[in-house]
Design a protein around this ligand. Structure first.
Ligand code: OAD
Length: 232
């Protein structure tokens, strides 16, 4: 493998699947159990806030019952031991990268364990239900919503992500279907910058053909193997 100095990694629900968190688009996945427009749009929240707050309360509570897996831990090892630059971007709202040992994780779709106050716009780390309308710890207004990015909203820190993509020599996509933009377009950004591109996914994603290399299998196996190769 040629010398790699700057890696950008994108992870999706597939990296947390072996920890027991449902992916979105698999048979029986979250988007078969719930309508996207009801629970993951600003309009759905305006229509039925109780339904939406309850949905994210349930997902936040479920985090307490799962543990990071070998794929999360391998990326933490990469962060600790890789001598070059690394940006780990996740579409996941779970905290399994952090609990697996990663210190620097960019949550482009927000986090279950964060609250956004609609009154004062301050974000607070949060590990309790929201359905009972608790007051914002900063302004006391009972106006908290989950700090997650819904369809129709702008993902977080896009400038930082695009800057890293334009400057990386390897882009790796792990456990994501490639169905949701802008994340699904990162591979083409990286290619345009001349980077190598690698997909690690259970099966070919929708954008699999954009990658120079694709390996298919469970993340818990593929990710530690790949990290071992990078670290030599
Ligand atoms: P998806 O559910 O769309 O895709 C998960 C991918 O992971 C699929 O391609 C699976 O084949 C793969 N997969 C499943 N198990 C795996 C395993 N053990 N190892 C490796 N891969 C595995 O989830 P995402 O691509 O993350 O956005 O979805 C992207 C966005 O769509 C989410 O962030 C969410 C959702 O709507 C918002 O809510 C804004």
């Amino acid at each position: 493998m040629a010398e790699i100095e700057h890696i950008v990694i994108l992870t999706g629900a597939g990296i947390s699947a072996e920890s027991g968190i449902d992916t979105f688009r698999s048979a029986g996945g979250l988007w078969e159990q719930h309508k996207v427009e009801d629970v993951a749009t600003p309009e759905g929240f305006a229509r039925d806030p109780d339904l939406v707050l309850g949905f994210y309360d349930m997902r936040r509570e479920a985090l307490a019952k799962v543990e990071p897996n070998d794929a999360h831990r391998a990326l933490a090892r990469l962060e600790a031991e890789f001598s070059g630059e690394l940006l780990l971007v996740t579409q996941n709202v779970d905290d399994l990268h952090e609990r697996g040992g990663s210190n620097d994780v960019l949550h482009m779709h927000g986090e279950l364990k964060s609250a956004l106050c609609l009154a004062c716009e301050v974000r607070t780390s949060w590990d309790a239900p929201m359905l009972n309308r608790p007051p914002c710890p900063v302004c006391q207004s009972p106006s908290l919503r989950p700090d997650v990015v819904w369809f129709g909203e702008m993902p977080y820190q896009m400038e930082r992500i695009y800057a890293a993509l334009s400057d990386c020599d390897l882009f790796v996509s792990i456990g994501t279907s490639g169905a949701v933009y802008p994340a699904a377009g990162f591979v083409q950004e990286a290619r345009a910058a001349g980077a190598g591109t690698l997909e690690l996914n259970l099966e070919p994603s929708e954008g699999s053909h954009f990658f120079a290399e694709a390996r298919h299998g469970p993340a818990g196996q593929l990710v530690p193997e790949w990290v071992g190769e990078v670290l030599g």
